[in-house]
Design a protein around this ligand. Structure first.
Ligand code: AMP
Ligand code: ZN
Length: 147
C-alpha cells in the first residue's frame, strides 16, 4: 500500500518535515536516484560538486529508530545513489556520512545519508577531521565499557 501511495504521489509521512515534503513532491528537488523506498537528491547547500542526500521515504527521525529491514533498504539505496554519483561526476573519491542526533550536527530530523564527492586537490579533510577531542582517553578503559 505504501509503495502504491508513493507512486501516486500523495504519500506524506510527517506534515512538518522538509524531507517528507520533498518525498511527497511538495518541495522540488534535483533527483539523483529514486526507488519505492528511497529518494536521493542534490543538497541545496553542497559541500562539494554533487553533494547528495539520501532519505528513506518513511519518516524516521534517527538511526536508533530504524529497524533491520529499513537498514537494509536504506543501505541498498545509498549504494544505488553512489553508483549514480560515480557515473555522472566521476569524482576521485567520496565521503559518506550521517549526522545522527543534534550533537553530531543533525539539523533535519528525518534520517539521511550524505554522499560528499571528493576531487583531487579539493583541500578537504577526512572523516577524522570532524572532531579531534582535546580530552585524551585510555582506549583499554573504554574497551571495558563494552563488556
Ligand atoms: P543535516 O545537517 O545532516 O541534518 O543535513 C541536512 C542537509 O539537508 C543539509 O546539508 C542541507 O543543506 C540539506 N537540505 C535542507 N533543505 C534542503 C532542500 N530543500 N533540498 C535539498 N537539500 C536540503
Ligand atoms: Zn520526514
Amino acid at each position: 500500500m505504501l509503495k502504491i501511495a508513493h507512486q501516486l504521489g500523495f504519500y506524506r509521512e510527517n506534515m512538518s518535515c522538509i524531507f517528507c515534503k520533498i518525498v511527497a513532491g511538495e518541495i522540488s528537488n534535483y533527483t539523483v536516484y529514486e526507488d519505492a523506498n528511497m529518494l536521493a537528491f542534490l543538497d541545496v547547500h553542497p559541500c562539494s560538486k554533487g553533494h547528495t542526500v539520501i532519505v528513506p521515504k518513511k519518516h524516521v527521525e534517527n538511526l536508533s529508530a530504524m529497524d533491520g529491514e529499513l537498514w537494509n533498504t536504506t543501505l541498498a539505496g545509498v549504494q544505488q545513489a553512489l553508483k549514480k554519483v560515480y557515473t555522472a561526476l566521476k569524482p576521485d573519491g567520496v565521503n559518506i556520512g550521517i549526522n545522527d542526533g543534534e550533537a553530531a550536527g543533525q539539523t533535519v530530523p528525518h534520517v539521511h545519508w550524505h554522499i560528499i564527492p571528493r576531487y583531487k586537490g579539493d583541500a578537504g579533510g577526512s572523516v577524522h577531521s570532524i572532531i579531534r577531542s582535546k580530552e585524551s582517553f585510555d582506549v583499554s578503559a573504554v574497551a571495558k565499557m563494552f563488556s
